[in-house]
Design a protein around this ligand. Structure first.
Ligand code: SF4
Length: 73
């Protein structure tokens, strides 16, 4: 999988604060699309374990609070 961006503290794509992963390879082809750069499934960056950990870390911060996540158990 490849991705274009990870948005933290996103308030525009659902209720509350969210972490949003913007993946590459949209196949909808909307005529009014403002991000056609996202259509190429080979575009963007590779989604690796580093990005996965970044997302889960951000989600845990939102659930438990920034200062409670000091290190894994
Ligand atoms: S607007 Fe663009 S990115 Fe969004 S679904 Fe349509 S084609 Fe895909």
């Amino acid at each position: 999988m490849r991705y274009h961006n990870i948005t933290k503290d996103d308030m525009l794509n659902g209720d509350g604060l969210r972490v949003v992963l913007w993946v590459a390879g949209c196949s909808h082809g909307c005529r009014e699309c403002q991000n056609p750069i996202t259509w190429d499934p080979n575009g963007g960056l590779p989604f690796t374990e580093k990005e996965e950990n970044e997302i889960f870390s951000e989600k845990l911060k939102k659930i438990f609070g920034k200062h409670k996540i000091l290190r894994p158990i």
